[in-house]
Design a protein around this ligand. Structure first.
Ligand SMILES: Cc1ncc(C[n+]2csc(CCOP(=O)(O)OP(=O)(O)O)c2C)c(N)n1
Ligand SMILES: [Mg+2]
Length: 559
């Protein structure tokens, strides 16, 4: 990729400000309004600078939760930042930042560290693991860029470099700030820099010529849109391409809701054997599959049950452009998409798969039968509107969500690739902090809830109003299905989840076991927009969604 210095409105030069103040200024320039984290003595100086700044500090219960909250914030806001103390904080943050790397979320990690003046003769300072660089080395593995701000002469440039890389690659960056550098003001004046990548015109032109030829010659082109369309803010371009040419759009699971699922060209979620057969037929029977910003991950593709012939694929992501077996380098996804729109393509009309019959059940009464995950999804579907954002944790919460119809285009969040349990509750905090007008509806398994559910404490403290639905199937249901047998290791301590609002000092708890009870609780939670609601749903132990059943059957046939 070529790099150019940004031409549009160059930022004004700064002088006389400290490294900490410069970092705060640049975070704001990039659109960070809130920082999540847990303080500690190595970062207290910077925390007090943050507190004195317009940036809002959101203190969390744990660093991993702060990481998930920041990840969700970054997905919605375009960039987010988390600030923690050295090693005890940073190393606890690793798993969430690893997930942000894997799923392309622009998270800035800011860590305090021992002052440079304290490091002579390698003393055994508290929180140090092996040597002073242990934490920075760990983060190197899942950050796109990193800087330890040890030299005032380069600190501002280093901050600019890390922030530009975070935004350019939509992946985490690491900034370590020794505590005795926070208030140091570098000499002279400095003009902030932002680098903007551009495509190399020749491979771009060749790639577009080949792609437009293939699409024009095809009889049944179809788009598979992935999460990068959202991350790189390309939804409008995607719609222009699809609507202009009349090409149906499917999405991957990770990319769910990059376009409204009620759009006439939306043909469903493509996820190999895990997905609906008619959608798989549409994609796999196509003579030109245009994959745009889609990660070819196993869960996305139904644990590799997708059946795509590369010679009929155009595969464009922020990292790679491949048309059939031809590779093109230095082409930006945005320029490629723009070029396809400009080519004014025209595709033959195609029959789209019919929509799932979920709406047909709408008129049914909600009985006193035990509620199942499938019926829960049907009921929830009726409630979703423009102001809700669904956040699904790992487990059947995610699988079952593939049947939810998301009305707008970005409002579904899940760690569908990295699949770390515990994302959803802290992500609700991040989401609502990023966009206060959105109301998160969290679907979370009982196992995942026991990992990070206590972040509800911060949600209550800050007066937020998400609806948390705990799918209580008494343990690790997904694992029960994937590895048959009544294993004790898949059981967990049953909690009275609905009592938590009382413990936490806010919100309302509901305990439901039948369809009618769920219906009543959901309506009551929806009406109560002042505070958090937690609905504990007792599900039969052997109940699971159709998607999970399809997957288990498929995996069963492979063993
Ligand atoms: C942090 C983490 N630890 C372990 C796992 C492995 N794992 C995948 S699904 C699952 C069970 C999830 O249980 P629960 O949250 O209750 O959802 P359910 O499967 O019952 O719907 C486990 C342990 C994981 N994905 N992430
Ligand atoms: Mg469970």
């Amino acid at each position: 990729m070529m790099q150019t210095e940004s031409a549009n409105s160059p930022p004004a030069a700064v002088s006389g400000i400290s490294i900490g103040q410069y970092l705060i200024k640049r975070l704001q320039d990039y659109g960070v309004r809130d920082v999540f984290g847990v303080p500690g003595d190595y970062v207290l100086g910077f925390y007090s600078q943050l507190d004195d700044s317009p940036i809002n500090v959101v203190g969390c219960t744990r660093e991993d939760c702060a990481g998930y909250a920041t990840d969700a914030y970054a997905r919605i806001n375009g960039i987010g930042a988390v600030c923690i103390t050295y090693c005890v904080g940073g190393l606890s943050l690793c798993n969430s930042v690893a997930g942000a790397y894997a799923e392309k979320s622009p998270v800035v990690v800011i860590s305090g560290s021992p002052g440079l003046g304290e490091r002579y003769n390698n003393p055994l300072l508290h929180h140090k693991v092996k040597d002073f660089r242990t934490q920075a080395e760990v983060f190197r593995h899942f950050c796109e860029a990193g800087a330890e701000l040890e030299d005032p002469a380069t600190a501002f440039r280093e901050i600019d470099r890390v922030l530009s890389e975070v935004v350019r690659f939509h992946r985490p960056g690491y900034i370590e700030l020794p505590r005795d550098m926070v208030d140091v003001a570098p000499e002279g004046s400095y003009t902030p820099r932002t680098r903007t990548p551009t495509s190399d015109p020749e491979p771009l032109a060749e790639a577009l010529a080949e792609a437009t030829r293939r699409i024009s010659e095809s009889l049944r082109p179809v788009i598979v849109a992935g999460v990068e369309i959202h991350r790189f803010d390309l939804q409008d371009r995607l719609l222009e391409l699809a609507e202009g040419a009349g090409i149906p759009i499917t999405t991957t699971m990770l990319g769910k809701s990059v376009i409204s699922e009620t759009h006439p060209l939306f043909a469903g979620i493509y996820e190999g054997a895990m997905g609906r057969e008619d959608v798989s037929r549409l994609v796999e029977g196509s003579d030109c599959v245009i994959l745009l910003g889609a990660f070819m991950t196993d869960i996305n593709l139904g644990i590799y049950t997708a059946n795509l012939d590369p010679s009929r694929c155009i595969y464009a992501t922020s990292e790679e452009l491949r048309i059939s077996h031809h590779h093109f380098h230095c082409v930006l996804l945005s320029d490629f998409l723009e070029g396809l729109v400009a080519a004014r393509l025209n595709a033959p009309r195609q029959e789209l798969p019919s929509r799932p019959g979920i709406e047909d059940e709408a008129a049914q009464v909600w009985s006193d039968e035990p509620i199942t995950i499938r019926r829960l999804i049907v009921r929830l579907n009726q409630m979703l509107d423009e102001s809700t954002v669904v956040i699904a944790d790992i487990g059947d919460a995610l699988f079952a969500s593939s049947d939810l119809v998301i009305h707008r285009r970005t409002e579904f969040l899940s760690p569908a690739y990295y699949t770390s349990m515990g994302f959803a509750v802290p992500a609700a905090l991040g989401t609502i902090t990023a966009r206060r007008e959105l109301r998160p509806v969290v679907l979370v398994g009982d196992g995942a809830f026991q990992m990070t559910g206590m972040e509800l404490s911060t949600i209550v403290r800050r007066g937020h109003n998400p609806i948390i639905i705990v799918l209580d199937n008494q343990g690790y249901g997904t694992e029960r299905l994937l590895h048959a047998g009544d294993w004790d290791f898949n059981r967990i301590q049953p909690w009275k989840y609905h009592k938590l609002p009382e413990v936490l000092g806010g919100g309302t708890g509901y305990e439901v076991g039948t369809e009618a009870e769920f219906d009543r609780a959901l309506r009551s939670a929806w009406a109560d927009s002042d505070a958090m609601s937690l609905i504990q749903v007792h599900l039969p132990e052997d109940d699971c969604s159709l998607a999970l059943k399809r997957l288990a059957a498929k995996l069963g046939t492979r063993v």
